[in-house]
Design a protein around this ligand. Structure first.
Ligand code: GLN
Ligand code: ZN
Length: 759
């Protein structure tokens, strides 16, 4: 008989009660005992739900007080030195200190979990003397068993993945570190085995990225040690987010089960199973239900995949499961009351996915006939959306097909455009500008609330926004900036703002997912063909321009960023969605140009986030991402200056792609990765306009003139002064007015000094 399982369940709760509990505890509004009780209640509710929905192997220890990578570090007593920690079980105060920082010590770094929008806390190994401080998986297992009679499946981050995601050690010490960690894992596993645990899921998603012979050797060492130490424990080695690399090596590791992703790594994993078979002594965890997407599955299609797999392994050795943890999707569709029926009917969040998994498991054993009615239902739900008017806009599809068949290029090369633009704008050397947003003060947020609640009418709100624009245009002129912005006061979020105005988007009421810690995001849903309906930014930009003689930059979010920060439909390739967005945004670019806006910035901070995990797929992605950007921006006149902005990541390995976006000016975040980026320009100078952020906007600290001068001088050693712009690292919406004005004044002063030196 096939069994059902998931790899993890969302922590946040249907009503984000987890988030609320954490924040109440941090604010001192919940005592520790109450907090613990509340979290246990949430945990047990989640377990019970899985049981009720018919999940056989229910994960435990997937729950966390913040992040599962941090949990692993805490379990092994890996706490950075700067926190007063003296060994033993890591107290909550220290645990949250590592995650969020304390008055005395800075938080640990946080970074993206593979190619998802979940962020984990990066373990710092330097100086750590790891030991098992508590057996968290065992506690979770006991709790599920005692409270609910559930025979849980403890989940652990595997040693190789844990080590590769950690920092604070030299790569040459990898084996030494593994030697330190393996015995600790053995201790944890041994206690689980003694307790009578049957299955343990050990996550090693690192094996879907590039792994070498050394890593394969390490994996062998790790899992041979485990097999020898706890022969009675069934270890399922779990991979996800892509097809496993080195398939034959991975499936011959001495474990009882291998979990593969048959959604995001479908082709690769299926081909590998077909070609190399699957070991007769192992169970296959078949991740067929998408743990990252929000759409209902076509159960027929999924059964097709499962049938191919049972053809190889038989149904007795099959676990039907999610492709990855359900952490990446919202909790339930049940609370959505405002969605069109064909849309709501086509959605499956975590709870609905549990049902899909249970159904598929039944059919994998008993055959399709056992779920005939549900098969038909799932098919008609999928078809209803597929056939909806929103997914079949002939106008959009024809226009996009035509456009994407051509190579989007500006009418003349940068060298010519530059002359035209310089003639028009007469900007000084080292023009100064900002990235777009100015402080979203309490007053601004309040005004938006009043307007959203209907207490203010549209005209009153628009007048308020105009006042903010007036204020900041005056401030910018007075500070002496060369290229101004309107300040983005009308926007809460750079993606949501456009999503609300473009066709093809919808917003759920409760589609929250954890981004990091207690922070949850509610990504827009791109469910239909994307289309431009009316100008989105022209009014405010035009107004700002009318108030000043200096150029005002229009400000848009680019197609790739909008796509990467949304849940997207899965019936057409992402590339097509990007082109649809590009076509829509290009109409906005044209509208701005027609309204007399001569500089237009199209922000693409999230380009790198969409980079595929497999190196061999990256060039293709970058090619169409760049094409989408060019499609958005290529129709303007030579004199119209296209800007772009990027942040959040390292760019040194993608400068070529950035250059081929052909933006007249890019502003790029550098203060957090300064050395690296500057370094990459030594080998390969950048040939278009470029502004390297001269100060980090993530802190309220006002940077001094000298500090910024230093940044400018360093940059000018490798960049052409004639192409160099001066700007902060990113938008200023999270900052206060006073510190923003002070910092920008210093930036303008540093520019004055640079002009005197270099002109
Ligand atoms: N224009 C946006 C802003 O200034 C850019 C934000 C970003 O890069 N994340 O807020
Ligand atoms: Zn930015």
């Amino acid at each position: 008989m096939a069994q059902s399982s998931i790899l993890g369940y969302p922590r946040i709760g249907a009503d984000r009660e987890w988030k609320k509990a954490l924040e109440a505890f941090w604010a001192g509004k919940l005592e520790e005992a109450e907090f613990q009780a509340k979290l246990q209640e949430i945990r047990l509710t989640h377990l019970k739900k899985q049981k009720d929905k018919g999940i056989d192997l229910i994960p435990v220890n997937d729950f966390s007080y913040y992040d599962h990578v941090l949990d692993t570090a805490a379990m092994f007593g890996i706490v950075p030195k700067r926190f007063a920690y003296e060994g033993g079980e890591v107290p909550l105060s220290v645990y949250y200190g590592i995650a969020r920082g304390t008055k005395e010590a800075a938080a640990s770094e946080m970074t993206k979990w593979f190619n998802t929008n979940y962020h984990y806390i990066v373990p710092e190994l330097d100086g750590a003397k790891p030991s098992v401080t508590e057996n968290k998986p065992l506690k979770a297992y006991r709790e599920a068993k005692q409270k609910l009679g559930i025979e849980g499946k403890p989940v652990l981050v595997g040693p190789l993945t844990f080590l590769k995601l950690s920092k604070g050690y030299d790569k040459s010490e990898t084996d030494a570190w593994l030697d330190r960690l393996i015995p600790l894992y053995v201790q944890v596993l041994r206690e689980l085995a003694l307790e009578g645990v049957r299955w343990v899921q050990i996550d090693e998603p690192i094996v879907v990225t590039k792994i070498g012979d050394d890593d394969v050797r390490r994996l062998k060492a790790i899992y041979e040690t485990f097999a020898a130490a706890v022969p009675q424990l069934n270890i399922l080695l779990q991979t996800y987010f892509e097809a496993a690399e080195r398939y034959s090596d991975i499936v011959s590791l001495p474990v009882k089960g291998i979990g593969l992703d048959f959604v995001h790594g479908l082709e690769g994993n299926l081909a590998a199973v077909r070609e190399h078979g699957f070991p007769a002594d192992k169970v296959l965890g078949a991740g067929v239900i998408d743990g990252r997407g929000i759409w209902k599955a076509s159960l027929g299609e999924k059964l097709g995949v499962l049938e191919q797999l049972t053809g190889v392994v038989g149904s007795d050795r099959l676990i039907v499961q999610s492709s990855c943890s359900l952490l990446h999707v919202p909790v339930t569709v049940a609370g959505e009351t405002k969605l069109a029926p064909e849309l709501k009917g086509a959605l499956a969040f975590a709870d609905e996915k549990l049902e899909e998994i249970a159904l598929l498991t039944k059919a994998a054993t008993e055959g399709r006939a056992a779920i005939a009615a549900e098969l038909a239902n799932s098919e008609s739900a999928v078809q209803a959306l597929r056939q909806s008017a929103e997914r079949n806009r002939a106008d959009v599809q024809q226009a996009v097909a035509k456009l994407s068949a051509q190579e989007p290029v500006r009418s003349r090369p940068f060298s010519d455009r530059r002359v035209a633009q310089q003639n028009k704008w007469q900007l000084p050397i080292f023009p100064t500008t900002t990235i777009g947003s100015f402080p979203q003060s309490a007053e601004v947020r309040k005004a938006r609330q009043l307007w959203r609640k209907g207490e203010w009418d549209g005209e009153r709100y628009a007048a308020f926004i105009r006042e903010q624009i007036d204020l900041w245009i005056k401030l910018q002129e007075e500070i002496g900036l060369d290229v101004l912005v309107h300040g983005e006061f009308e926007r809460t979020d750079m993606v949501e703002f456009f999503g609300e105005k473009l066709a093809g988007f919808v917003f759920t009421q409760n589609g929250w997912v954890q981004s990091y810690g207690s922070r949850c995001v509610k990504p827009p849903v791109i469910y239909g063909d994307v289309a431009f309906e009316q100008a989105m930014t022209v009014e405010e930009t035009k107004y700002a321009q009318s108030q000043t003689g200096r150029p005002v930059k229009g400000m848009l979010t680019g197609p790739i960023t909008i796509m990467n920060w949304s849940f997207v439909r899965d019936d057409i390739p992402r590339e097509q969605i990007a082109y649809q967005l590009a076509y829509a945004l290009r109409q906005e670019v044209e509208a701005l140009e027609q309204a007399g806006i001569g500089m237009i910035q199209v922000d693409e901070p999230a380009v790198r986030e969409g980079l595929p995990l497999k190196e061999q797929d990256q060039a293709e992605y970058l090619a169409w991402a760049v094409k989408a950007f060019r499609m958005t921006t290529c129709t303007v006149n030579d004199e119209t200056q296209i800007h772009t902005h990027m942040c959040y990541c390292e760019f040194h390995d993608m400068i070529d792609s950035i250059e081929s976006m052909d933006a007249d000016v890019i502003s790029i975040e550098t203060s957090r990765s300064h050395g690296e980026l500057i370094h990459s320009f030594e080998e390969n100078t950048y040939k278009l306009g470029i502004g390297l952020g001269v100060y980090d906007i993530h802190s309220p600290r006002v940077p001094g003139v000298e500090e910024m001068s230093g940044m400018i001088d360093r940059a000018l050693r490798v960049l052409d002064p004639q192409l160099f712009w001066i700007n902060p690292d990113c938008g200023l919406k999270t900052r206060g007015q006073e510190e923003t004005v002070a910092s920008l004044r210093n930036m303008v002063e540093a520019t004055r000094i640079a002009r005197a030196k270099h002109a």
